[in-house]
Design a protein around this ligand. Structure first.
Ligand code: PMP
Length: 409
């Protein structure tokens, strides 16, 4: 028995019925963003039809409904990542804002001249640039965990980078450019042994595997709603309570204060400390509905089905003459990055689009790791659980046709 009926699942996602260039859409750009099930679309719409208010519970009936919906979403996030305390879940705009919050707030207090920050060679620009900015501002140093030729981080080399100046280690759990699943638990444990904090970028992992922040042991875990079948504009910083409580507020304004005079402001406790101003209430509620949806399908079912898809796709792609797979680590999720001899990645992307197949071509906001493999861009099909083996065959047919035309260029 398959773990779930993929055709039934596909009917939950209205956009999969779209036609592109006369063909049924094939969505292989899930690492960039995922599609939304009808239940998420309906939930956002219901919020605006029946609950819309700012979140000040006591004021009136709709305020109470909106507050319940928003806090209900926070509780769903807590359960989804197995956080011990709902007040450790902070809503932000997405992974980028999440990492900026930690770098700016935690970093301003805990990183100084001569200190060191470690990231891996795999990181998305969102997990490089904020740390680089912090390092420049503080006179700290950014150090990089190298990867092997399969695109997996080298733990021995990482261990050598750690020392008593290391303040934080920030690594991705799944590479958006290569699909590598990194050994985050070990990375976090080594960081802690060196007395450093650890942040895990879960942008590419939350939709493909179970997240348990307590088992992971990190100090921060961050992700974007739109990559886990929720709306854009909503994301999460989870942090350990004692770590969050040792951070200054990031932005100031309404909602995050308990009392303001011109002399002094007293701040609200968590999570409000870090949620200044009117947040993205409706989309937080939408993210809650996305989590309900994923829980209904079952993340383990999703993971095992996607694993079979990925194995098949990698195997068949790798057999095509002229294809070079970029990122061949033993442990991968979703992403199949490649280049094709005799064709630019842009040409491959255009040929695929002609057949209704959406992939990302480009540097995937991860230039350092692509350059590590001697390329500036790749073609990057990325899978989700609503994809099928037939769809992979359609992709393979286009790539095979292009490969056969090799030399005409
Ligand atoms: N980190 C990783 C690993 C990502 O894949 C992405 C999105 N491509 C981000 C961070 C940034 O996420 P967002 O654009 O949603 O802020």
């Amino acid at each position: 028995h398959p773990p779930f009926d993929v055709h039934a699942v596909r009917r939950d996602f209205p956009i999969l019925q779209e036609r592109v260039n006369g063909k049924q859409l094939i969505w292989f750009d899930n690492a960039a963003t995922t599609h939304k099930p009808q239940s998420v679309i309906d939930r956002i719409s219901e919020f605006y039809r029946r609950e819309n208010s700012n979140i000040h519970r006591a004021a009136h009936e709709l305020a109470a409904r909106a507050t319940d919906a928003y806090e209900g979403a926070r509780e769903r996030v807590r359960g989804f990542i197995n956080a011990p305390d709902v007040n450790e879940v902070i809503f932000v705009r997405g992974t980028t804002e999440a990492i900026n919050l930690v770098a700016k707030s935690w970093g301003s207090k805990h990183v100084g001249a001569g200190d060191e920050i470690i990231v891996s060679h795999l990181e998305h620009h969102a997990n490089i640039v904020p740390w680089q900015q912090l390092a420049a501002e503080k006179g700290a140093k950014l150090r990089v965990i190298p990867v092997d030729d399969s695109g997996q981080v080298l733990l021995d080399e990482y261990a050598k980078l750690l020392n008593d100046r290391t303040k934080i280690v920030a690594v991705t759990q799944v590479s958006n450019a290569l699909g590598t699943v990194t050994p985050v638990k070990e990375i976090v444990a080594l960081a802690h042994r060196a007395g450093a904090k650890a942040l895990v970028d879960g942008a590419q992992s939350v939709s493909h595997m179970r997240t348990d922040v307590q088992a992971l042991g990190a100090d921060f875990f961050v992700f974007s709603g739109h990559k886990v079948f929720g709306p854009t504009g909503i994301g999460v910083v989870w942090g350990k309570r004692e770590v969050l409580e040792d951070m200054p507020p990031w932005q100031g304004g309404g909602n995050m204060i308990a009392d303001v005079t011109f002399e002094k402001t007293v701040f609200q406790p968590l999570p409000n400390t870090f949620e200044a101003g009117t947040g993205n209430i409706a989309d937080a509620v939408g993210l809650g509905a996305a989590i309900d949806y994923v829980n209904r399908i079952g993340i383990e079912n999703i993971a095992s089905y996607e694993h079979a898809l990925l194995e098949y796709g990698m195997q068949k792609l790798g057999e095509i003459k002229g294809v070079r797979l970029i990122g061949t680590a033993a442990h991968k999720a979703s992403v199949m990055s490649f280049v094709l001899d005799g064709h630019t990645t842009e040409e491959v992307g255009k040929a695929l689009n002609q057949e209704g197949i959406a992939v990302r071509t480009g540097h995937h906001c991860a230039q350092p790791i692509l350059r590590r493999f001697g390329v500036e861009t790749t073609v990057r099909p990325s899978l989700a659980f609503y994809n099928t083996f037939d769809e992979i065959d359609c992709l393979l047919a286009v790539v095979r046709r292009l490969a056969a035309q090799r030399g005409n260029h």
